[in-house]
Design a protein around this ligand. Structure first.
Ligand SMILES: [Zn+2]
Length: 152
């Protein structure tokens, strides 16, 4: 299931850009996105509303990346719209930082939303694979730490 299905109008209509507020995800532009998208990371599923330490990891991801506006001339009002934004944890946001879209500008809003849905699936797959690799790295790191403690 795609997160956009729960958005106003099934996520197939522009909802306007979020109010920037103080420019942070937690206080400013995030809450209107969380209202549509919920409080779990849409990529890895982690709940971010509580406890406090999780709430600190709240962030918002442009599914079709903001870089498409300058690099490929995508309309800013499509890319920065709430319908293109999802709730995301800081780790997934970092993992997806280098993700680029190379498609030319979609011919209309309908095609843009189709692209958004496809990009979302790809990014979710990519984020889950990155978590898998990171988890293995973490397990090895813990093992080494435990080994060091035994040796000491
Ligand atoms: Zn995540």
């Amino acid at each position: 299931m795609l997160p956009f299905e729960r958005y106003c109008c099934g996520g197939r209509k522009l909802l306007g850009p979020p109010c920037m507020g103080d420019g942070t995800a937690r206080h400013g532009y995030g809450p209107p996105v969380f209202e549509q998208c919920g409080t779990s990371c849409t990529y890895c599923g982690r709940e971010l509303g509580a406890p406090y330490e999780s709430w600190l990891d709240f962030s918002v991801d442009h599914v079709v990346p903001a870089s498409t506006v300058r690099a490929l001339d995508y309309p800013g009002e499509w890319v920065s719209d709430i319908a293109n934004l999802v709730t995301c944890c800081r780790a997934c946001n970092e993992f997806l930082n280098g993700y680029r879209v190379t498609e030319p500008v979609p011919k209309d809003l309908h095609a843009f939303f189709d692209l958004r849905d496809r990009v979302f699936r790809e990014k979710r797959q990519h984020a889950l694979e990155r978590h898998e690799r990171e988890r293995e790295w973490h397990a090895k790191w813990r093992q080494r730490q435990a080994g060091d403690e035994t040796a000491a």
